[in-house]
Ligand binder design. Structure first.
Ligand code: TRP
Length: 383
């Protein structure tokens, strides 16, 4: 597919490509803010969020969430008594990896602090349409498996509504029609890079990702904005949805965008299509250890050299794990960075620590995931 952020991809294979279906190369987040036309999260805006959340969430403090559209408007409305709903989702193409959990953990935090509903869309239809080898049985299996991961994070059934697209399309269908009627093929083609060879299911599909932005009104009669926490690759969907929302009598959906957790290889986001560089939530401890052991770091060729000249945490995939999730104490993170740069702590030690932390986290997550099997039905959106 074409895309809006790459030109001449052959020239340089580290060239950035960021579309809803493909992320590769070195991602330049400042450039994405400009090219996508989003807003950076300013200190003033973060201060406003902090007023509602006691303490700024780690992911905001560390700029893992770094960009937005209309978060200010959503907060203005909230302060005047109009709530918002949260909306995010997952394409069930395979097991969930740690990178997927990052925005979900943040979503839970916002849900708890603002006391809002979450609509969570599982897009088995999308994955079926865009992938040559997906079949609907398989996507249904992963829909179930991926929902367990969401529930395991601690979402509560009273205010968490999972939409499984192929099962729940009746709920979405009229909204998708309202949306689809107002987006021209020309807009869709230039936004998503559709080609003559693109199947027509895929061309309609963006209307289905737009629908949950507006479903709250249909279900409850309340017209409130949706706030979407998600990685920035999903932004094209919201661009087209925002353009038509007001014509349909809805608020424009607002977004808060996060970065991608890098994979364990050199560069690139964690991607389920490269299993050796992704930690899946269902990985057993020995697999985790092995993947971590083979991970790309900023280390040097020999221990002696590294003790002398230090290593480079900025390119290290392991350091990113501490940064994104596993070292919440910022002073301790700085200490780890200092020891790494100074050659005091070698990669082996750092890897051993992270494997332990990861396996501790996964053990608890996997237990909660098992328990989720008994309650998963309670989360399924009701008519
Ligand atoms: N298209 C997303 C994916 O492939 C799934 C998704 C649907 C989603 N609705 C969303 C993601 C809303 C974020 C926010 O993963």
């Amino acid at each position: 597919m074409n895309n809006t952020t790459s030109s001449n991809a052959e020239e340089n294979n580290n060239e950035m490509v960021v579309t809803p279906w493909e992320v590769k190369g070195k991602v330049d987040y400042e450039r994405l803010i400009k090219e996508f036309g989003t807003q950076p999260l300013t200190p003033q805006l973060l201060e406003r969020v902090e007023k509602h959340t006691d303490k700024l969430h780690l992911q905001l403090e560390r700029k893992i969430f770094f960009s937005h559209r209309d978060l200010d408007t959503v907060l203005d409305l909230y302060d005047k008594g109009t709530k918002f709903v949260l909306y995010t989702g997952r394409g069930p193409s395979g097991p969930v990896h740690i990178g997927h959990l990052v925005p979900w953990i943040f979503t839970l935090h916002i849900q708890q602090k603002f006391n809002t509903r979450l609509y969570f869309q599982i897009t088995d239809d999308e994955k079926y349409l865009i992938s040559d080898n997906a079949d609907l049985k398989n996507t249904a299996k992963w829909s179930y498996e991926n929902a367990l991961d969401l529930i395991a994070l601690g979402f509560k059934p009273q205010d968490t509504f999972i939409i499984y697209d192929t099962q729940d399309i009746d709920l979405l269908y009229d909204i998708t029609l309202e949306v689809a009627k107002r987006i021209t093929y020309s807009t869709a083609r230039s936004t998503f890079g559709f080609q003559d060879s693109t199947n027509i299911g895929w061309i309609y599909w963006p209307a289905i990702q737009a629908a949950p932005c507006f479903i709250h009104k249909k279900l409850t009669g309340e017209n409130v904005p949706a706030l979407i926490p998600a990685a920035i690759d999903q932004d094209p969907y919201w661009r087209v949805t925002r353009d038509i929302a007001q014509k349909l009598g809805y608020y424009k959906p607002a977004q808060i965008h996060c970065r991608f957790l890098p994979g364990l290889g050199a560069g690139g986001k964690m991607s389920a299509s490269m299993p050796e560089t992704s930690i899946f939530t269902i990985d057993p401890p020995d697999v985790v250890k092995k993947k971590i052991w083979n991970a790309f770091t900023g280390g040097k060729g020999t221990a002696a050299e590294q003790r002398k000249t230090g290593a480079d945490p900025t390119v290290c995939s392991i350091f990113q794990y501490y940064f994104f999730l596993f070292e919440e104490d910022t002073a301790k993170l700085a200490e780890r960075e200092r020891k790494c740069r100074g050659g005091e702590m070698l990669c082996g030690e750092c890897k051993k620590d992270i494997a332990e932390k990861l396996n501790g986290f996964l053990k608890a997550h996997q237990e909660r995931r098992e328990k989720a099997k008994d309650v998963i039905d309670q989360y399924h959106i009701k008519r």
